[in-house]
Design a protein around this ligand. Structure first.
Ligand code: ZN
Ligand code: ZN
Ligand code: ZN
Length: 478
């Protein structure tokens, strides 16, 4: 991919790669209508903004591509405006004015991508559930603690939860996204706090309503309202117009007893108002208040509107673990399923046992980490993932002694090199990782190394710390 000059990045219906500071950006115009699933190949996405409406559409679309975790990619707007108040502002990672600005983002992008690479792609999860997960994962990855409903004209209820609502079956911010949140709250993944309440159409739960007073007889809102006048002297009560004189500067005169009404409180008072319908000519003291839904047209008395409580949500500790451990991934590869690897618990115990036994020689632990497991897993496909990990196990096994053990905890693979000298351990680790990289590159056509490794001695104190840290993050036993 050659660096492109700024001038070449004109509005085209294509994704244009742009290299800056060692990162490859995907530059797309907001008019882009092509496929978005290839965006996972880039380090970050830059949307060139020409129209707020188009930009909003495109951003919502990108943030709903769960395949290969495209929705989690760092995403920036290229625009001369700030857009801080735009309803999509929570969905972008920043605004840049020109291509030079991109160089200042390198560190943010790398740390975001580091986090994102830990998150397993969602394969084989039904749409509704994946949208909830995407919502939680996205907010977690952006360290958004309070997930609030955002006011939005384009959303059915007038509010939406970014990410979640887009994937909603109704469109944006419909009923099912709220159901999903209720469900997640019941499951203890999130806790909800009252944010605000409002009224919705009883027919379609639309939030855009037009309120007005109507005639209880014919439902017309073509009303004229007049004060009622009560003449104390003769007790006559009638609309004010019946007391009026042709010359408005003259005092009111009673149509019944023909006396003048000079002082309010002394001669007369105004007990209430009267409404006159200019369609059916009915007079009445109490009108109805109706709300007409601008979406479905349903016109209802306000008593029948549906009261909706909007909540802001926070991830619970359990919810955080649920996300970080990828427990939502029902078909996830459990380490016990990978042949020739130990379960996590057994691995930790065996390592502890072996080291405390104090056999001769030194003991080392090699940690192999995928830079972007999501990308690799996405390419090999769910069906092949297990076989792929087993091949790696075989490679590792071939370079170990018989007493050594292995375990998988994506995006990491751990293996031991017991009773060995440091030079030898380092050489074995380097060679093994070289072979694994080769396997991946050959099979997947990824033109760079996708794993890193560390080789550390399993001293007693190291093991203690390691054990502690791992117990804290270890997947819940089922
Ligand atoms: Zn009427
Ligand atoms: Zn009178
Ligand atoms: Zn409606």
């Amino acid at each position: 991919m050659n660096p492109q000059s700024e001038e070449n990045l004109v509005l085209q219906n294509t994704i244009t790669p742009f290299n800056q500071s060692g990162l490859t950006f995907a530059v797309i115009p907001d008019t882009y209508l092509g496929s978005l699933s290839d965006l996972y190949r880039y380090d970050a996405i830059v949307v060139r903004c020409t129209s707020l409406m188009l930009t909003r559409q495109l951003i919502l679309s990108i943030r709903s591509v769960v395949r290969n975790n495209v929705f989690l990619k760092p995403l920036y707007l290229l625009s001369s405006h700030n857009h801080g108040t735009a309803t999509f502002s929570l969905l972008i990672d920043g605004v840049v004015r020109d291509f030079q600005d991109l160089s200042t983002l390198t560190r943010n992008i790398s740390s975001l991508n580091d986090q994102v690479s830990q998150i397993r792609p969602m394969i084989g999860i039904e749409k509704e559930k994946s949208s909830l997960i995407a919502f939680l994962v996205f907010n977690h990855s952006r360290q958004i603690k309070k997930m609030e409903p955002v006011p939005d004209r384009e959303s059915k209820m007038g509010f939406y939860y970014p990410i979640l609502s887009k994937i909603d079956s109704i469109g944006t911010g419909g009923r099912s996204s709220f159901d999903l949140l209720d469900q997640a709250e019941k499951e203890g993944l999130i806790t909800g706090q009252f944010s605000h309440s409002g009224y919705l159409c009883s027919e379609c739960l639309g939030g855009f309503l037009q309120y007005r007073e109507v005639c209880p007889g014919c439902q017309s809102s073509d009303l004229r309202t007049e004060e009622l006048v009560h003449h104390f002297r003769c007790a006559h009560v009638a609309p004010k117009s019946e007391f009026s004189r042709s010359n408005p500067s003259q005092p009111l005169q009673c149509p019944k007893c023909h006396h003048q009404l000079k002082h309010i409180g002394v001669d007369f008072d105004k007990p209430s108002s009267i409404h006159h319908c200019q369609q059916c000519h009915g007079d009445f003291q109490n009108y109805w208040v109706k709300a007409k839904c601008l979406d479905c047209g349903h016109d209802q008395k306000v008593e029948y509107l549906v009261k909706k409580i909007f909540k802001e949500y926070e991830l619970t500790e359990y919810g955080r673990e649920w996300i970080e451990e990828g427990q939502y991934f029902t078909n996830q590869i459990k380490n016990k399923m990978v042949a020739d690897s130990m379960t996590w618990d057994a691995f930790v115990q065996s390592v502890g046992f072996h080291v405390s036994e104090g056999k001769r020689g030194r003991n080392f632990l090699v940690t192999v980490s995928f830079d972007n497991y999501a990308e690799v897993a996405g390419q090999i496909g769910k069906e092949n993932e297990l076989r792929f990990l087993e091949e790696i196990m075989q490679m590792i096994k071939a370079s170990q002694h018989t007493a050594d053990i292995r375990t998988v905890k994506v995006p990491h693979i751990y293996f031991t090199l017991f009773s060995i000298e440091e030079d030898e351990a380092e050489a074995i680790a380097r060679r093994t990782v070289f072979l694994i990289n080769h396997l991946i590159r050959d099979n997947l056509g990824i033109g760079r190394n996708v794993i890193r490794y560390t080789c550390e001695e399993l001293t007693h104190s190291y093991l203690q710390a390691w054990n502690q840290a791992l117990t804290m993050t270890k997947p819940e036993a089922k």
